[in-house]
Design a protein around this ligand. Structure first.
Ligand code: AMP
Length: 214
């Protein structure tokens, strides 16, 4: 009996967009991962289970072997850094943009802008590449709040429709990176389970391509 493979996903857009791809590969969760309180969810395949973790923890689980594979946004992967992961497939799902946003007209001129974000490394890199000085303020969520209470001039956040920004009186100002979700694979798992990990990777890549062409 072969060991159970584990695929790490996160709730929200990634889970929503990955389940149809799994379904196209004939993989169905044993219960609704969105509704369930369980963190490990079996599937109709005896040798595959799903792990539901925080988005920013997906690369950590995969890098350290808590999961064999994972689906994570490009934002999360770049912010995580590290070398313990293969990044073999852009699934083209959960698309959005990493952007600088702020009040109409941007940050006040004449001083270093304060930028609130959970993407500290990506934000620092972006402003540094542009030769712009910025004070980066780390937050874990609801970045839109920071300019409203005068704690920051700008934010760096994911933007899809822009509705969240507009609802809070902010505007998208500069695009940093286009984002989509990628399948990542633990390096050791690929060595010890090349057939099954390889087949799952190929199947998900094919399902992703088919979904994009419809
Ligand atoms: P929107 O109002 O459609 O621009 O969506 C923005 C909100 O949804 C922000 O709070 C983002 O952090 C979050 N968001 C948008 N797209 C994604 C995505 N692909 N993955 C994760 N979070 C996202």
């Amino acid at each position: 009996m072969s060991r159970t493979l584990t695929l790490a996903l996160s709730k929200g857009r990634i889970l929503e967009d990955t389940l149809p791809l799994l379904s196209a590969c004939g993989i169905e969760p044993a219960e609704d991962p969105d509704a369930s309180r369980k963190l490990i969810i079996g599937t109709n395949r005896d040798d595959l289970q799903l792990l539901v973790v925080r988005a920013s923890d997906v690369p950590t689980y995969v890098e350290h072997g808590g999961a064999d594979l994972g689906v994570a946004g490009r934002d999360v992967l770049l912010e995580h850094g590290g070398t313990g992961l293969y990044d073999p497939v852009d699934l083209g799902i959960a698309r959005c943009r990493l952007m600088v946003a702020g009040p109409k007209g941007g940050a006040p001129a004449g001083r270093r802008p304060r930028v609130a974000t959970k993407f500290v490394h990506l934000a620092r890199q972006y402003f540094a590449q542009q030769g712009r000085q910025a004070e980066i303020i780390k937050l874990y969520g609801s970045m839109e709040l920071a300019p409203l209470v005068g704690m920051a001039d700008l934010i760096v956040d994911l933007v899809d429709t822009g509705n969240t920004l507009r609802a809070n009186g902010l505007e998208p100002l500069e695009e940093i990176l286009p984002i989509s979700a990628r399948l990542v694979v633990n390096k050791a798992s690929l060595k010890t389970e090349p057939d099954r990990v390889g087949a799952l990777t190929r199947d998900l890549a094919a399902a992703a391509r088919a979904a994009q062409s419809t």
